[in-house]
Design a protein around this ligand. Structure first.
Ligand SMILES: Cc1cc2nc3c(=O)[nH]c(=O)nc-3n(C[C@H](O)[C@H](O)[C@H](O)COP(=O)(O)O)c2cc1C
Length: 290
């Protein structure tokens, strides 16, 4: 069922911004004001009511409390944004402290502000703070990596991969030095998967949804920035995302919701120390046309 917005013409100032943002559901009335029309589709994005300066638009599908006035100083000047972005580092060194539940809720409140396809907002967050479970996940993944490294190190294993698992071999080959280093460090007792972080967040989208990876990654990017703003550190952990895709036992262990696929994973913790400097990044590889 399409839940439709409506216009209170007594309040409408006739700016017609709603028609600009949603010509499917709004049109110009004869008196020059806006009127709602029965369009075939409403994504319930809320843009119509948010753009209305006079509060003339109501959307019965959306909570009025969600339409908060934007403070005039809410826009971050670029001169403050860029240094903030430069401040974010992938953090792998954490204090032995829990991330408070309220802080995690703040991260997720930032996550849901991300853009998403058709405004479906169907991204799931699996937040794991159970230390025992975190250790089990880490131990399982690092022992799998160790096994794979040993197999790929063995001439017969390499040959097997080259012949029978060609694609996997090609995909893994560039990561072998990293995996070998990780396997060595793991053998020395280090947690090379989750770095003993107190919190792991798996960000999932519906299986087979073509826009799912982007939906999830935009949300995760917001989590990373919000964490930075709260003085927390994060790191994307491909070592968790990949096994969650291919190994049902890890999916179960990580409590991935049925019907969803992990698109990205983040560890979160209280950083042990600050970084006094940013790191050099390559200039953008951009082509300009026009
Ligand atoms: C898709 C992806 C997967 C990653 N996987 C891991 C990982 O498994 N372990 C890890 O320590 N860092 C991982 N990282 C973090 C990168 O190593 C890090 O972003 C990169 O070195 C740049 O450092 P910076 O984030 O501090 O700028 C991953 C990053 C991305 C985007």
């Amino acid at each position: 069922m399409v839940i439709r917005p409506s216009v209170n013409s007594a309040k409408c100032g006739g700016c017609l911004h709603c028609v600009d943002v949603c010509p499917i559901n709004f049109a110009r009335a004869e008196d020059g004001k806006a009127r709602a029309v029965e369009g075939p589709f409403c994504a319930e994005c809320g843009h119509c009511a948010a753009v209305c300066a006079t509060g003339a638009i109501a959307h019965p599908g959306l909570a009025a409390s969600g339409f908060e006035r934007i403070a005039p100083d809410a826009r971050l000047p670029y001169g403050r944004l860029l240094p903030f972005l430069k401040m974010r580092r992938s953090r792998r060194e954490f204090k032995d402290e829990r991330v408070p539940r309220e802080a995690i809720e703040k991260l997720l409140a930032a996550a849901v502000q991300a853009p998403n396809s058709c405004n479906r907002q169907d991204v799931r967050y699996t937040v794991i703070t159970d230390r025992v479970l975190l250790k089990r996940i880490s131990a399982k993944i690092s022992s799998d990596v160790l096994r794979l490294v040993r197999l790929m190190d063995h001439p017969a294993g390499r040959l097997f991969f080259r012949i029978f698992r060609r694609k996997e071999h090609q995909a893994l080959e560039p990561f072998m030095p990293l995996m070998e280093a990780a396997a060595q460090a793991a053998a020395g007792g280090m947690d090379v998967v989750l770095y003993s972080a107190p919190c792991l967040i798996l960000v999932s989208a519906p299986k087979g949804d073509p826009c799912g990876p982007e939906d999830a990654v935009y949300c995760a990017a917001n989590i990373q920035l919000a964490a930075e703003a709260l003085g927390l550190g994060t790191c994307v952990i491909g070592f968790v995302t990949e096994p969650c895709r291919g190994d049902a036992s890890i999916r179960r262990m990580c409590r991935v919701p049925e019907g969803y696929e992990v698109k990205t994973s983040l560890i979160v913790g209280v950083p042990k120390f600050p970084y006094p400097a940013s790191v050099p990044k390559l200039p953008p590889k951009a082509e300009y046309f026009g």
